[in-house]
Design a protein around this ligand. Structure first.
Ligand SMILES: Cc1ncc(C[n+]2csc(CCOP(=O)(O)OP(=O)(O)O)c2C)c(N)n1
Ligand code: SF4
Ligand SMILES: [Mg+2]
Length: 305
């Protein structure tokens, strides 16, 4: 998809839903500097969702979709879970995989896209829950990293199986009691960011989604590195407020509390040497391009004399 391809044929313009007209006219497809600041100013690529009111997954979706570098050339791969309730309402190509299979599907998709569109940008982004990423899909997750597949894996870590009523997950904290895990978790939270690093990911970040600018930065880094170098992994804490007994206004505070330096969602980042060099070059190129745009703008303003 490109902005050209989502033009509405003029004979049908007036019968298209206003939301679609707005998407074509006012979304940020093709804008090089798109980001979270467009939220509320431009048409978003997600307008509605069927998550619980105040669920942090919904704000995470908004930040991620606003930050995709090239949404018109991105395919997202989802999996079963609360996130899968959202994908039907997202204006980015997406595939629903069988629970746990998302990284295998993304592998085939990424390879097929690179054969079908050689030399063109085609980003693949997996977005799945912790149950899908770590428990049932762990084999597929790890094998994609071992094979150095060039796509980003995002895990919405809410530390349990939310969509099926609250069962224990590998990312659940030790001792936590959920509605359908009444005995309490007996083992520590699996350290997937460390495993991702040891399994070949070139960029790994664990954080909450309390800060939109931070989410934008890590999404862009992860996608750019995956495009050029190899697999990247983001583990984002999106607490299930329903399961931890918080109301719809308390998700943000829960994330802020959990990201303190001594807490389990303190910011954690790993960047491989190759990816570090790549990011430094990318930043330099982006700065030069921005300076050129300013110069061109200044040159286009007629002088007062
Ligand atoms: C193959 C398969 N196994 C099990 C299920 C049942 N199931 C649906 S959602 C889900 C849990 C999802 O948990 P998670 O991936 O953490 O996502 P969340 O709902 O927490 O966002 C399970 C076990 C399924 N749909 N398909
Ligand atoms: S059950 Fe939990 S994770 Fe799922 S939508 Fe509700 S608050 Fe969000
Ligand atoms: Mg979960």
């Amino acid at each position: 998809m490109s902005k050209e391809k989502i033009k509405i044929c003029k004979e049908f313009y007036d019968v298209m839903p206003p939301e679609y007209q707005e998407l074509v006219e006012d979304a940020t497809y093709g804008n090089t500097d798109r980001g979270w600041k467009d939220i509320g100013v431009h048409k978003e690529l997600i307008e509605e969702h069927s998550l619980c009111a105040g669920c942090p997954e919904s704000i995470a979706f908004r930040y991620i979709l606003a930050s995709l570098p090239n949404p018109e050339d991105t395919v997202m791969v989802g999996s079963t879970g609360c996130t899968s309730l959202v994908f039907p309402m997202v204006a980015v190509h997406n595939i629903h995989s069988l629970f746990g299979n998302q990284n295998a599907i993304a592998t085939g998709l990424k390879r097929a896209l690179s054969v079908r569109f050689p030399g063109q940008i085609k980003d693949v982004v997996v977005l799945a829950g912790d149950g899908a990423t770590v428990d049932i899909g762990l084999d597929m997750t790890l094998q994609a990293w071992f094979r150095q597949e060039k796509f980003t894996t995002i895990c919405f870590d809410n530390e349990l199986y939310a969509n099926t009523g609250g069962q224990e997950s590998g990312l659940m904290q030790k001792g936590f009691v959920a509605k359908m895990a009444p005995v309490g978790k007996k083992f520590d939270k699996v350290r997937l960011p460390e495993i991702a690093r040891e399994s070949g990911c070139h960029y790994v970040v664990q954080c909450t989604v309390s800060k939109p600018a931070l989410v934008e930065r890590v999404i862009k880094n992860a996608i750019h590195i995956a495009r050029e170098i190899g697999p990247t992994y983001l583990q984002l804490y999106t607490p299930c407020i329903l399961e931890i007994g918080k109301n719809s206004m308390e998700g943000l505070q829960e994330m802020r509390d959990s990201e303190r330096p001594s807490e389990r969602f303190a910011y954690k980042e790993f960047v491989s040497d190759e990816a570090k060099q790549f990011l430094a070059d990318l930043t330099a190129k982006q700065k030069a391009a921005a300076a050129k745009r300013v110069e061109q703008k200044a040159a286009a303003i007629p002088s007062a004399s």
